[in-house]
Design a protein around this ligand. Structure first.
Ligand SMILES: [Zn+2]
Length: 177
């Protein structure tokens, strides 16, 4: 039996395969939904982010990732391909995105500087620069904290999230992960 993956967008199960349903990741994006997000992305946006040096995401107003560049893939996904259309925290590998409330929905998300900064830019149209953010995730089976400086800026109807710098802090071993 091929593995099934849950589509982050339509919540339907679909057959895992290729980048759409990575069996190591709890969420994927089904091919039908990915097509929707690809239309939002367009060729120009993809080229634009690929030319940026810093790890960069572009998200839509629902904070779903419409584009990311190679620098982001290297820094946060160890070069492993990912579909577009995931929620920001799902692509970042945030542990809070695994909660039932999902990325942006849990009480922990109220403190998420990435989420807050993106919404601030969305609501005011203003650039937010060098915002300190924390991200907790698993890396090689270890719980780690990434300390980030991010900037968020308007890009047409979309929001550009740039990781200006980051470093990784190993959390002490614990059983509750
Ligand atoms: Zn779907």
């Amino acid at each position: 039996m091929p593995a099934k993956t849950l589509c982050s967008n339509c919540m339907r199960e679909f057959e895992a395969g290729g980048i759409f349903g990575d069996p190591n990741s709890p969420f994927g994006v089904c091919p039908e939904c990915e097509e929707i997000f690809e239309r939002q992305q367009g060729q120009d946006l993809k080229k634009y982010v690929d030319n940026l040096m810093l790890p960069t995401l572009v998200v839509n107003q629902g904070l779903r990732v419409i584009a990311f560049n190679g620098s982001f893939l290297k820094a946060f996904c160890e070069w492993s391909p990912k579909p577009i259309g995931l929620l920001t925290g799902e692509l970042l590998g945030c542990l809070n995105a695994l909660l039932a409330e999902r990325c942006g929905g849990s009480s922990a998300c109220l403190d998420c500087a990435i989420h807050r900064s993106a919404l601030e830019t969305l609501n005011t149209g203003k650039l937010q620069k060098n915002i300190r953010a924390q991200l907790t995730r698993l890396e090689g089976g270890r719980k780690v904290r990434r300390e980030l400086l991010v900037s968020t800026d308007k890009l047409g109807d979309l929001i550009k999230i740039t990781v200006d710098s980051f470093y990784t802090v190993l959390e002490p071993f614990s059983d509750d992960i």
